[in-house]
Structures are given as structure tokens and as C-alpha cells.
Design a protein around this ligand. Structure first.
Ligand SMILES: [Fe+2]
Length: 390
């Protein structure tokens, strides 16, 4: 948590204050809190970040206060031309900080999950006292058809904030497809598990099966199987999952295998965006306070595209046609990671609602399990079939 706080502060110091020609606050901390910007010099190795016992949390507090103060003074009393020059980076810094706030929640949960006592981040009572009979049931899984055709995806030109990886808007051709009306549930995952899904190579990508065998994977991340029940660790502690809630913390490999078991596949990011565009950005986000996926009921189909969990897509994280990384060090923000990662869409119960839009592209390696991920299913439809949907 301390590293995330210091790093997001460093981001404002380097990309806002220094750009405006203001004196540096803590140049000697560049080595500690530069994350991955080669342009800005060498840095502390990422796997060792958690071992930085100094500077203290109190020094990071003071650092943050000093940087906040300088940024505010610049905005309130700085020359117009300086404010103009830093406004774009300031906005990136705010969205960057939202990303790290989500990472704090994922890191805290994972660290507490690895602790033998499984400590709670907040109220331990959680939902353990809610009897299964009082938990809502999900609507049955339905398929929502889309006729596809020539579509556009990507951020439209305009003043609204977007990361460079969402641009430029471009045309894509979509064959007819269907999306599941909701995310895959714990009950559906349990069926996969009981049927020996983790030991059935025909359901898996080769790399995924090797990974699952080598790592001894047989349950989602941050979760345990006891008897015939799945226990999920959330910020409220360890609790027996309802069969009706979305299954979370699956890697891409597992998500693809579960989709195959359910005679489906994962959506492409183009299909996902086409389905989500125009729908209100509403759902179970950080703002709800639940901090975990909930049973999706009510509202237009498909449900829960936004919020609950980041939905794996089967799209490799690649530049859009005509993509250009921003000039300078900020060009390292997204573009250089466009290899060996898969795109996830829609935000999660740890993401602020104001952070998400239909064009937003998250990306993680296929074996990632500490992010709050869920599984949306897709199917390809016959071209000759009459498609009544959008
Ligand atoms: Fe960062």
C-alpha cells in the first residue's frame, strides 16, 4: 500500500510538477517509486517492492502532502500557460491513481489470503450469517444474439478522457454472435470441477493445461474447495460462496476451459464492446461498497457487463490500427505492454464507476488470478440463421 501511495505521488511529481518547471520534492526516491519508465532511469525491482521498509509510511504521507500542496498551488496561482501545459498529464495522473487504488484492494486481499489466519480487511461478519435461502437466485442463463456486421469500436474523438490504447476508433467486421445473459456462476464452475475439468486436457489450451498441472491449480485464486463447497476470500473474510454468485479469480486459462466445458467460448473484445456500447455504465462498482461480485438480477440483457468482475476476452492485447503511443515517457504507459497479455473489459467491484467506459481496455497475462475477474460466455451463430438481436 505504501509503495502504491508513493508511486502515484511520484507520478504527479514527475509528470506534473517537473513538467511545469517546479523544483523536485524527492528526486532521491526516483529509484524506489519509478514503476517501469525506462526513459526516466533505473529502478528498484518490482518483485522486491513489498520489502521496502523505508521510507516509512509517515514519510510517504508527508511526501504526498507536499506534492498535493505544490500541485494545488500551481493550479490556483500558476501562469495560465503552465496550467495549460500540465492539464493533460494531471488528468492521466488521476486516472492512474484510480488504477492503483484498485491494485491496493487486490494486493491487500491477496496478501491477507496468503496469511495463515486469513485476516479480514474490514467487518469479518460479512455474509456468513446469511442463510442460503435468503440469497437471491440468478436468472437462468440465456443467450443474447447480435447480428454483427460492419461495426466501429474504440474511443470517438472528443474531449472525454481516454487512454491512448483506446484509440483510434476503427471499423471491424463481426460475424453473428451471442453473449451469455450473465456471468458464469459458482454452481457452473462447481460442475466443471466435479466433472474433473481441471484434469481434462481436451477442455484446455495446451499452455493453460501445462500451467494448471505445474502449479497444482484446482480452484480459483483467493479460494479454497472444502468438501463440495467453494470458499471465497473477500475483504470481509473467508466465506462459503453462494452457488448463484459469479465465480471470480479465474485465470484466462481457466476461464477458457470453463467456457469450453459449457460449450461456449470467451467473447472477443470487439464483440464485448459492440454489446456494451450504448448501455449505461452501471453496475456493481467500487461505489456500491460490496467489494465482490453479486448475483445479477434485473435490468437489460446481457446483465453485469459493467462492474462485478473484469471479463476476460479471447483478444490478445494489441495496438488498434493506426495506434500511436504518446510522445515522451508517458508513451511507455500502455504501448510497450502490447505483447503476451489478454484484454479484459468492463471493470469490477473494486473499480470506481467513474473510471470505466465501453472502450476501456484492461490487460493481464493469461495466468493472472489476483485480479477480480469473472467469465462471460460467447457463442458464434450461423450466418444463415435469422438473427433478431442488435
Ligand atoms: Fe503506475
Amino acid at each position: 500500500v505504501k509503495w502504491h501511495r508513493a508511486h502515484t505521488t511520484w507520478f504527479f511529481e514527475v509528470f506534473v510538477l517537473e513538467r511545469a518547471g517546479l523544483p523536485r520534492v524527492r528526486p532521491e526516491w526516483d529509484f524506489l517509486f519509478n514503476s517501469y519508465y525506462e526513459t526516466l532511469g533505473p529502478r528498484h525491482p518490482r518483485p522486491l517492492r513489498g520489502l521496502l521498509s523505508r521510507p516509512s509510511a509517515a514519510s510517504v504521507d508527508a511526501y504526498r502532502a507536499a506534492v498535493d500542496d505544490a500541485v494545488l498551488r500551481l493550479l490556483l496561482t500558476g501562469p495560465d500557460k503552465d496550467v495549460e501545459a500540465i492539464s493533460a498529464n494531471l488528468e492521466v495522473g488521476l486516472h492512474h491513481e484510480q488504477q492503483h487504488q484498485e491494485l491496493i484492494l487486490s494486493d491487500v486481499l491477496h496478501a491477507f489470503f496468503l496469511h495463515p489466519h486469513k485476516p479480514c480487511y474490514r467487518d469479518c461478519a460479512g455474509e456468513q450469517n446469511v442463510s442460503p435461502g435468503h440469497r437471491p437466485s440468478p436468472a437462468p442463463l440465456e443467450w443474447v444474439d447480435f447480428s454483427g456486421g460492419l461495426c466501429e469500436i474504440g474511443a470517438r474523438p472528443g474531449p472525454e478522457f481516454r487512454f491512448d490504447n483506446e484509440e483510434p476508433r476503427h471499423r471491424v467486421w463481426l460475424e453473428p454472435f451471442a453473449l451469455s445473459s450473465r456471468a458464469v456462476t459458482v454452481d457452473e464452475w462447481l460442475a466443471f470441477f466435479r466433472d474433473g475439468g481441471y484434469r481434462t486436457p481436451s477442455l484446455w489450451l495446451s499452455q493453460g493445461y501445462e500451467w494448471a498441472q505445474a502449479q497444482g491449480i484446482s480452484a480459483p485464486g483467493n479460494s479454497l474447495v472444502e468438501g463440495d463447497a467453494l470458499w471465497v476470500f473477500s475483504h470481509d473474510g473467508l466465506r462459503r460462496a453462494s452457488g448463484h454468485e459469479p465465480v471470480a479469480f479465474l485465470s484466462y486459462y481457466e476461464a477458457a476451459a470453463v467456457a469450453a466445458y459449457l460449450e461456449a467460448r470467451l467473447p472477443t473484445e470487439q464483440e464485448w464492446e459492440h454489446a456494451a456500447e450504448g448501455a449505461p455504465v452501471e453496475g456493481n462498482f467500487l461505489d456500491s461498497g460490496a467489494l465482490r461480485p453479486l448475483v445479477a438480477n434485473g435490468g437489460a440483457l446481457p446483465r453485469g457487463l459493467y462492474g462485478d468482475g473484469w471479463e476476460w476476452t479471447q483478444s490478445a492485447y494489441l495496438p488498434y490500427p493506426g495506434y500511436r503511443a504518446a510522445p515522451g515517457a508517458l508513451g511507455e504507459y500502455n504501448g510497450k505492454f502490447m505483447i503476451n497479455q489478454m484484454v479484459l473489459r468492463g471493470g469490477s467491484a473494486w473499480t470506481p464507476q467513474s473510471h470505466i467506459r465501453s472502450t476501456y481496455r484492461n490487460f493481464w497475462p493469461a495466468d493472472t488470478r489476483f485480479q477480480l475477474t469473472t467469465v462471460r460466455l460467447a457463442r458464434s451463430l450461423e450466418r444463415t440463421t435469422h438473427v433478431a438481436g442488435r
